[in-house]
Design a protein around this ligand. Structure first.
Ligand code: PHE
Length: 354
């Protein structure tokens, strides 16, 4: 037994790997291992012999098992040490440069508009970009033969033969959301609707898709004076400086009276500065909601009245952030986006305390 013990303890301490160690385990204390075979011999011994040999064999088996366990732990520690020596990481290295996306100027201005009008009590409304011609035109007092209908350069949705659903268009303005909001909330109401609109037009100042923000306020005694105040508050907050407005009489089928609104600006060496000088720049259409439009929205024009306006988001983005070409907004040129984009953490620059 002393020989067995000396043999296996020697082999175990010399084992070079966990695999070799496992082989030794099988060889010594496995089912058919040398020590296990010895234990089977106990059966053939006299009770006296067994009383001496039994405990001795058990003790040997235990000793071998603990030697195996200890060696196994030592081997795996050694393996870890090897790995730790071979693999290393310099945690002081700077990370690989990673490009960060930016907020598109349109998104930024969209958010700024929403924040400013929210301060004045306007909720955000939405409507579909594929609109029925009733919401886009008829309900807004633009009947089939009306010249405005042709002037809008409308995209009509394809119709399959035999399709007798009402014609659908890509909305040419955000004004159909006026009707949808009136239907949804009735009067009084105060909403803005920022969104995409579409017209078949393309040159330096027109793209087939662009953005508008619609405004609508309906109550018992809303007037043009309220409209003017709201717009002047808006522009002053948005441009961060007092901005004068100029109302010019105009015509829209859905407002009466109607006005186009200019904001005060100066032109110097080809650059525009809003809120100073004696130049004017047209930025929106507006007016008092036409009684027929209130009616189409299910609101009694004898009880309620309101103002509406529609403003180009891209336009006012160009003005505030000095962006010269409208078409670049939609080119997805990464260099342009990096230059004119905003950090996601950048808080919109709007004047507080409206
Ligand atoms: N919908 C008009 C346009 O797209 C703008 C407008 C909106 C005018 C609301 C008056 C009232 O030009």
């Amino acid at each position: 037994m002393d020989d067995l013990k000396a043999k296996y303890l020697g082999l175990i301490s010399g084992a070079g790997s966990e695999a070799a160690l496992e082989e030794l385990r099988v060889q010594a204390v496995g089912k058919k291992g040398e020590i296990s075979l010895q234990m089977r011999e106990l059966g053939k011994m006299t009770p006296e012999e067994r009383q001496v040999m039994g405990p001795k064999l058990n003790a040997l088996k235990n000793e071998i098992n603990s030697a195996l366990a200890a060696k196994k732990a030592a081997l795996s520690d050694a393996a870890l040490d090897e790995r730790l020596k071979a693999e290393w990481l310099d945690v002081t290295l700077p990370v690989r440069p990673q490009r960060q996306g930016s907020i598109h100027p349109v998104s930024q201005v969209w958010e700024e508009c929403t924040a400013i009008f929210a301060d004045m009590g306007f909720a955000v409304a939405e409507g579909p970009q594929v609109e029925t011609d009733w919401y886009n035109f008829d309900a807004l007092n633009i009947p089939g033969h009306h010249p405005a209908r042709a002037e809008m350069d409308t995209f009509y949705m394809h119709r399959a033969e035999g399709d007798d659903l009402p014609p659908h268009v890509l909305r040419t303005h955000t004004s159909p959301v006026q009707i949808r909001s009136m239907e949804a909330t009735g009067a009084p109401t105060r909403i803005i609707c920022p969104g995409r609109v579409y017209r078949a037009d393309y040159d330096q100042t027109h793209t087939p898709m662009f953005h508008q923000v619609e405004g609508l306020a309906i109550d018992r005694d809303i007037s043009m004076a309220n409209l003017k105040w709201v717009l002047e508050e808006f522009f002053s907050a948005y441009f961060g400086t007092k901005v004068k407005t100029r109302f010019r009489a105009s015509h829209f089928p859905f407002t009466e009276p109607s006005a186009e609104v200019d904001i005060q600006c100066s032109w110097e060496n080809g650059t525009v500065k809003v809120g100073e000088g004696d130049g004017w720049l047209e930025v929106l259409g507006s007016g008092m909601v036409h009684p027929k439009v209130l009616q189409a929205g299910g609101i009694d024009p004898n009880e309620w009245q309101g103002f509406a306006f529609g403003m180009g988001i891209d336009r006012i983005a160009m003005l505030k952030y000095g962006i010269p070409d409208l078409r670049a907004f939609f080119d997805s040129d990464l260099r342009w986006l990096r230059h004119y984009g905003f950090s996601a953490l950048q808080v919109p620059t709007i004047r507080g305390g409206v």
